[in-house]
Ligand binder design. Structure first.
Ligand code: TSX
Ligand code: MN
Length: 584
């Protein structure tokens, strides 16, 4: 079914292992999609939503034990354990082929094996990459059709070559006991079994675009990052592109689709991507970013007309919802949605739900899958094969204390240190304790396919390939006063912080030098039409010596985990920060 003999041979080999009743090559066409939808509706794995208010929208309920990525079952199977590093689980390739391979033996008996060629990145881009996912889940096929460019664009890009990521996925028996997500970066293979959910099963996203992508990026001299990409358009019409990395529960999708407040309505934000950026040095010495994805796989709870009006308007048609609740009008619903609580609904498991109970109706990690082109703020440049030139990179975290609203790093190397020491407080949406500070360098801990210390070295080395590197910043929308009140209104008002960042990139914008970096000088943040007084800015922008000294100690402890692989430049950055704090 393919004119590429390497691809055909691999598909035949997999077929002999998994023994399906039938093999189907997917082209991503409407007809194919319609047939899959009909099949899932008949099977009961998909439910139609109100066709009048939500045309072509469907609900999928995943297995109750299969509702999120499973980091403890995710492995980097590099031949050397040290290449996976202290932040990844490691299994030797031989052991993985034995243990995980066993679970694929005959696993598609009685089922259909779908072959899904997909392209990560815009059609015709030199930066785009091909993957092929073999799966026995029609839900995965329907989602991959939204999240990637499926079929022809991928096969055309591949041509007769062998450069494609080989992804093998099976639902298996959906038991967490027999669930593995194994990556073989040296041979560019992904084996995922036992889960049908999101990042575990849609192999183009976290597995390919980040874990395999980051490994390939280091080999080839580019960056695969867990970043949104946005364009900031000024009233004069110029657009500056910014990439930003945040751990979960910081509102990355909301920032990517930000709607400026009334008082700033001559400014505009354009969305290029909300989750992943592949960034390459261009001929002009600047860093160019593409969004490898073609859709958004966003968290539903908390999404509303207030937090993300652009998302709300794109969620009215052609959406696959996963694990949300449904109202009596057969419309999707989640905690934090607009309007009043429905009195009764069906919860994410399809059980009757009453609003007086304590149970949540939607799963906290419930999702929408939607084509990016439906986003009202989608950038004209989002499919530009050359990418967009990045002028600033933002690192961010959720910190009630310590980190100011925004600061600028002194140098590239200092900025890499800022990214490498990022941390965020856990929220109820994640599992485990609430309010605990966790380090999550560049928001890549769950997604970096190799040793994080080598990854930092790669970041440091990138500066040599960029005559005009982006400036590096850190933001914190979540600083609180002693009574627990948020000091910054956030959401659309974050535009004011982006404007300061733009001013700094353009050599305007006043700043005060502190031990941790440059913070906005009094009067340099636009506060027009905002009820944040210049006096309230003090606690929002302050850099306190003692807590930062504690932070330095904590960072040193953290860096010690990486032993001798820690780049000397980062060890030097901690020392210099420590000295600046002592002198301050
Ligand atoms: O997404 C958020 N952003 C980024 C928006 C572009 N959230 C939601 C985070 C969970 C996903 C935020 N929450 C942001 C934010 O900037 N800031 C906050 C904290 C906050 C919450 C409520 C208020 C203010 C700040 N409400 C009032 O002040 C009335
Ligand atoms: Mn993500």
């Amino acid at each position: 079914m393919s004119t590429n003999d390497k691809l055909s041979r691999w598909v035949e080999e997999v077929e002999r292992t998994v023994c399906p009743d039938e093999v189907r090559w997917c082209d991503g066409s409407d007809e194919e999609n319609d047939r899959l939808i009909q099949l899932m509706l008949a099977e009961g794995t998909l439910h139609i939503l109100n066709p009048r208010t939500y045309p072509d929208c469907y609900l999928h309920r995943s297995h109750p034990t299969d509702v999120a990525r499973t980091e403890h079952l995710t492995f980097i199977c590099a031949s050397q354990k040290e290449d996976a590093g202290p932040t990844n689980n490691w299994m030797s390739p031989a052991e993985a082929r034995e243990r995980v391979g066993k679970l694929f033996q005959g696993c598609m008996k009685g089922r259909v094996m779908y072959v899904v060629p997909y392209l990560m990145g815009p059609t015709g881009s030199p930066y785009s990459r091909v993957g092929v996912e073999i799966t026995d889940s029609p839900y995965v096929v329907a989602n991959m059709r939204i999240m990637t460019r499926m079929g022809r664009p991928a096969l055309d890009h591949l041509g007769t070559g062998a450069n494609f990521v080989r992804g093998l996925h099976s639902l298996g028996d959906l038991s967490p006991e027999r669930r593995f997500i194994a990556h073989f970066p040296e041979t560019r293979e992904i084996w995922s079994v036992g889960s049908g959910y999101g990042g575990n099963a849609l192999l183009g996203k976290k597995c390919h675009a980040l874990r395999i992508g980051s490994w390939t990026g280091r080999q080839e001299g580019w960056l695969a990052e867990h970043m949104l990409i946005l364009g900031l358009e000024s009233p004069a019409g110029d657009v500056m592109y910014i990439a930003a990395a945040f751990p979960s529960a910081c509102g990355k999708t909301n920032l990517a689709m930000l709607v400026p407040p009334r008082s700033q309505e001559r400014w505009k934000i354009w969305t290029v991507g909300d989750d992943i950026a592949w960034m390459h040095p261009g001929d002009d010495g600047r860093l160019y970013a593409i969004n490898p994805e073609a859709g958004f796989f966003g968290v539903a709870p908390g999404t509303s007309a207030k937090t993300n009006p652009n998302a709300m308007s794109m969620l009215k048609r052609n959406v696959i919802f996963t694990n949300v609740a449904v109202t009596e009008r057969n419309e999707p619903w989640w905690e934090g949605a607009d309007g009043e609580l429905p009195r009764r609904a069906m919860d994410w498991q399809g059980k009757r739900w009453l609003s007086d109970g304590k149970e949540k109706a939607a799963h906290p990690n419930s999702r929408f899958t939607v084509p990016a082109r439906q986003c009202p703020s989608i950038s004209r440049e989002w499919e530009n094969p050359r990418g967009v030139p990045i002028s600033a990179i933002i690192f961010g975290g959720r910190r009630a204390r310590l980190t100011p609203l925004v600061f600028e790093a002194f140098t590239w190397s200092h900025g890499v240190f800022v990214g490498a020491t990022m941390a965020s407080e856990t929220t109820a949406a994640a599992t485990g304790a609430v309010g605990v500070v966790r380090r999550d360098p560049m928001a890549m801990v769950p997604f970096c396919g190799y040793n994080m210390a080598d990854y930092w070295a790669h970041w440091l080395a990138m500066a040599r390939r960029l005559r005009h590197p982006p400036k590096l910043f850190h933001v914190n929308w979540f600083r609180r006063d002693p009574s627990g009140k948020f000091l910054w209104p956030g959401y659309g008002e974050n535009l004011r912080v982006l404007r300061w960042i733009r001013d700094r990139v353009q050599g305007r914008g006043e700043a005060v030098e502190t031990p941790i970096g440059f913070v906005p000088a009094a009067g340099s943040l636009e506060l027009d039409g905002l009820d944040v007084t210049p006096a309230a800015l003090g606690p929002l922008l302050s850099v306190e010596q003692e807590p930062w000294k504690d932070e330095v100690r904590n960072v040193k402890e953290y860096f010690a985990k990486f032993g001798s692989r820690l780049p000397a430049a980062l060890a030097a950055e901690v020392e210099e920060l420590s000295q600046r704090l002592r002198k301050a």
